[in-house]
Structures are given as C-alpha cells and as structure tokens.
Design a protein around this ligand. Sequence first.
Ligand SMILES: N[C@@H](Cc1c[nH]c[nH+]1)C(=O)O
Length: 368
Amino acid sequence: MFLPAGSQDQIGEKLNDQAKVNQIFRNVVRRRNYVAIETPVVEYAQTFTNPSVGMEANKLLKWFDGEGEIEVLRADWTTAIARALMTKETTQSKWFYQGSVFQKNESGIESQQAGIEIILMDVLLGEMETLFTAVDVLKELSIQDYLIELGHTGIFDYLIEPLLLNQADEEKLRSAMDEKNEDLVYRIASANGNDQIANQLVGLIQAYGGRDILADYRNKWQANPELLAIIDHLEKLITSLKELGVDDVIVDLGSVRQLRYYSGTMFSGYLKQTGDICFSGGRYDRLYNQFEKNISAVGLAFYVDVLTKIIKSDRKKRLVCIVASPETHVKAEQMRSEFPDAQVDIVYQQPTENQYDEIINLVDGVRL
Ligand SMILES: N[C@@H](Cc1c[nH]c[nH+]1)C(=O)O
C-alpha cells in the first residue's frame, strides 16, 4: 500500500541466504583473480536504450534531471560496466560485480545479480573461463541439478540476412523465435519473400538437444563454412564441459536474445528442479562497437534471487539466552565471547516460552 507496485521489502532468513549466495560467489571469483567493479545506480537512459543495447524505454525506471536529460536506475550491469571501462585505460580483463538491476517486468522492478565480465581475452579462453566459473560457483553452492544451454547469434543472423528485414520486422521475427512461435516465424519470413528461409527458421525452433543435433546440422550445413564453424565452436565448448564433468549440456540452435549486444556464443543455466534460469550470458563484442572499439567481451550474470530460493540455508545455530538485569548487563555482554558459534539474546526477564537451547541466569553478576 505504501510502496510502488513491484517494490518489495525483504525480511528474515531469505536475506541470510542471499548473503550466503553473494559470499560464495565472491569467494569463487576472487580465487579466480577477478577484480571488483561497481557502477552507480543512476545512469543516463541513453546508455541502455541506444541501438547497441536496445532496451525498451518503458521498462526502465526513469525521470528527468534538472537539465531535461532522462536518467534511469541501472538496468543492466554489462552495459554499465562497458560504459565505465571505456572511460579508463585498462588492461585488466576479469571483472566481477554484485547488486541490483532495475527493470519493470512480471516479477517486479528490482532483482539481484552477481556476474562476471571478461574483456580483451582470446575468444575460446574467455568463453571457457566464463563457463567454468559458472560451474565453479554452482559447485560451491552445492547445486548439482542444472543444465547448461548453448546457442549462437551467428545462426539466426546468417539465415535472415538475405531477407533484408527492416528493424521492426527483425525485432518481430526475433521475438517470435524467442517465443518459439512457428506460425509467426513462418509468416514473417515468407512475407519477406523467402519460403526456404522460413522453413529453415521453423526447423531451427526444434533444433535443441544433445550432440546429435550438432551432428544433424553438421550434415545439413556441409556446404556452408560459416555455419560449420559455429557448429565446431559449440562442439568444442561441450567437449570441454564434459571433460570437466558437466554432462548436462544442450544446444539450442534457434535461440535468440532480446538484448541486442550479443554477438556469438550465448549461454544459459537452468535449474532442473524448478526449470528457472539461474544464469545467462554470452559473447557481446558488439556492445563495444558503439565506442568504436574492437574489443572481445564475454560474461554472464547469476540471478541471485533464483539461487537464493534453491540453496540450503545454513544450519540453525544454538540459541542461548542470558537473563540479566541493568546491573548485570555489562557482565552478560562480556559473556558473549564464550559463545562464538551461538546466537545469544540478553533479556531482563525469564523467558516464558522455551525457545532457547540454553538459558543462563545471572544474579548479582554470577552465573547460577
Ligand atoms: N547482462 C546480461 C547477462 C550478461 C553478462 N554478461 C553478458 N551477459 C543479463 O542481464 O541478462
């Protein structure tokens, strides 16, 4: 009632679980030599709505500043970090961040992310490092039941090129592919004069699964070096993940993303238990093109709220109560050091309900 729609208070154990996810993420990325970066919560809208990013203005939390410029709350870490890095001379390549992003959608307006961004690194090295970091984080969180899905922007981009779509139609086709709406995909592609491409795109919607899909398409695209190179690339990633012990990896050759900066391999992590996406990312060299820089960039973000729901909470600590008085309160406070692993309440009245594992009564500063 006193909060804007979509805003939420957070209370209790959930916050401890969230802190646990963040702490584990931080430990893993620091061990892997990532460096922390934080951008401000307030940015210009243009940073997120420009054509290289393509976020919809009506999903951003925005207002006018004194000069009439539109400002927004941080809508995407990846974009904000690219903006920040372009104003610095840096050779550092591995960055990590943790915090809120703000976008209006079904689940509210604020969500928590913890992510990594790697720039200026060899393509395969960067992608493997990104995926292996995700595997490392999930392992440390004791999450085993997940599936990694790989896709590649190059497939859709290559197939639609001859359609010469205007931007509006390309967006429509992209979202029809994203929704796996076969009829609509067919209609848009054939209306632009090409039934053969329409059929290929519809076929791609079904092209997800294990290595057999890659084998099928290797066959189909035999005569096409550009698409074959993509198949080879995805195969390499699957092989490395398998060697690392991650067997549940599938490809979705028809996958597309609403975020326009992706320009190569895309990855998503799914929790098998709930079907929720727990991380998302990919290669996005295209984002740096807006700064007229040719920079290799890859990364991913964990959805901390999703991980928070699934992790096991830390075991409850022993609950101790020290019954003191104003005169013995200092003594009771000093006694806290005797219980480094417990949760300790100090009260002035004997508790009536027996919610404690141990109750200590202090009378005249002496333990009874
Ligand atoms: N920023 C992307 C995730 C990502 C990180 N790096 C590359 N992609 C998202 O919020 O979905």
